[in-house]
Structure formats: structure tokens, C-alpha cells
Write a protein that binds this ligand. Structure first.
Ligand SMILES: [Zn+2]
Length: 255
């Protein structure tokens, strides 16, 4: 009884939540356990929607402007508008490299990522990076910007080896609901390696719904299932994890 009461009081930051893709109206979404959240854009249109959504929430919302690696081939037509959005946004991204789906060529994806890294440097804003089967290239590109601005590797899925390498670049690892999946043994081992000072939590709403809610659309409040699993792996209390992940999110955002 006591435990569930204190769980209800715990707050979380959802650092990656595509609220603009949820079918539900904002008024229907439960934000009761959310301290604040970050709404990433994946192209010009969704970045504008992220901006709009961030100002219509009952809680504080931050937003980012970016072009997803899947759509890197659209960079030349979106560049100009993205530049304007970068100057207004709280963060840069979501960008990155996805060599699993390869929906844009590797060269297009790298050019797109560099464009975003240069914007983060110019505006001194944190960047959100999607990294799938592209550890080596992401590592080499972001190492050229080491220490210039905070870097979030979103929905981290790397194993122990890459986790250690990226730790040397002082990046933040954002852990999604994938960590709750029975098959995610490598990620669970990585979470053991990540110091709590480098850890963030996210839902990636409406995707990556954690156990036991798989089959439903994900939503911000489900970040607590991911938090439970992470606290369990790290052997820390939920209070401690909540405290640290909020403090880490604040550091990334400079608030
Ligand atoms: Zn995303």
C-alpha cells in the first residue's frame, strides 16, 4: 500500500515522445506522472506540430526540430525551413543514422547528421540522435563535436562494447521500453554499465510500448514501466532514479 502511494507521487521526464502522432487528443492523455517532456520533430511539418503541441500541454513541454535519417534525402528541400526552426527550437533533432532500414543512402544520412551537428554547435543546443546499426559512423562523427553541446542517443540499443565507447564521449543514453522486452538481454547488460548520471528515460510514443502494455499505442505515463525495469537492473530505488533522471534532463536542457 505504502509503495504504490509513493509510486504515484514519482515524476518522470519523457525525453522522446512523438505526441503529434498520437490519435488521442491532448486532453485525453494522462500526464499525472510526468515532470515534463520533449516532443521531437522528424521533418519540417512534424517539427512545426511539435512546437504547437508543446504549447498546448497541461505540463511543461519542450520541442525539437529535425530531419529523421529515413528522410535524409529530403534535406535539400527542407534545409531552409529547418534553419529557421533550429533557431526557435529547444533542441536539435531527431536526426541520426539508420543503416538497418537504409531509407535514404548512407551519404545522404551522414550529410544530414552533419547539418544538424553544425546547427547544435551554432546555437549551443542539445541534439537528439537516432542510432541504428550505425555505431561506428555515429561515434566518429560526434567525436568531432565532443564537449560542444549535450548529445542524447535516443532509444539506446547498443551492447556493452559501444556503450563503453560512447561513455568516453560524455553522451546521455536515453532508455526506451525496449529494455523491458525479454529479448533485450544485451541492452539490459548495457544499462548495468551506464552510470546513473548519464541516463535518461523515454517512451518514443506512440512506438516501443513497454511490457506489460505491448499491443497498445505507447503514451507518456508508460515511462514508469521502463523506469521500474531500469531501477531493478541498476539496484537503485525508484525515488533515486526519478531524482537523477530529472536532474540529468535538466542539465541537458540547461534549466
Ligand atoms: Zn523518434
Amino acid at each position: 500500500m505504502k509503495k504504490s502511494l509513493s509510486n504515484q507521487e514519482l515524476k518522470w521526464v519523457d525525453t522522446h515522445c512523438h505526441l503529434q502522432l498520437l490519435k488521442h487528443k491532448i486532453s485525453e492523455i494522462d500526464f499525472s506522472n510526468i515532470e515534463y517532456l520533449i516532443i521531437p520533430g522528424v521533418d519540417v511539418d512534424s517539427s512545426k506540430k511539435a512546437k504547437e503541441a508543446s504549447s498546448s500541454l497541461p505540463i511543461k513541454g519542450y520541442w525539437s526540430a529535425g530531419l529523421h535519417p529515413h528522410d535524409a534525402k529530403k534535406l535539400s528541400t527542407e534545409k531552409e525551413e529547418l534553419e529557421v526552426l533550429f533557431s526557435e527550437a529547444d533542441l536539435i533533432g531527431e536526426t541520426g543514422l539508420d543503416y538497418y532500414r537504409n531509407l535514404s543512402s548512407k551519404d545522404e544520412q551522414k550529410e544530414n547528421l552533419k547539418f544538424h551537428l553544425d546547427a547544435s554547435k551554432k546555437y549551443k543546443k542539445p541534439i537528439i540522435i537516432h542510432c541504428r546499426d550505425s555505431f561506428e559512423d555515429i561515434h566518429s562523427l560526434i567525436s568531432q563535436y565532443h564537449g560542444e553541446f549535450p548529445i542524447i542517443l535516443h532509444s539506446w540499443t547498443g551492447g556493452k562494447k559501444w556503450t563503453k565507447k560512447f561513455l568516453d564521449l560524455d553522451i546521455y543514453f536515453s532508455i526506451s521500453g525496449i529494455v523491458t522486452y525479454e529479448t533485450a538481454k544485451d541492452l539490459q547488460l548495457s544499462v548495468e554499465e551506464i552510470p546513473i548520471e548519464r541516463m535518461l528515460l523515454e517512451t518514443d510514443t506512440p512506438y516501443l510500448t513497454p511490457v506489460p502494455k505491448r499491443g497498445e499505442d505507447n503514451q507518456p505515463s508508460y515511462v514508469s514501466y521502463t523506469a521500474n525495469k531500469v531501477a531493478d537492473i541498476k539496484g537503485v530505488s525508484l525515488d533515486e532514479l526519478s531524482h537523477h533522471t530529472i536532474a540529468n534532463s535538466n542539465t541537458v536542457l540547461g534549466i
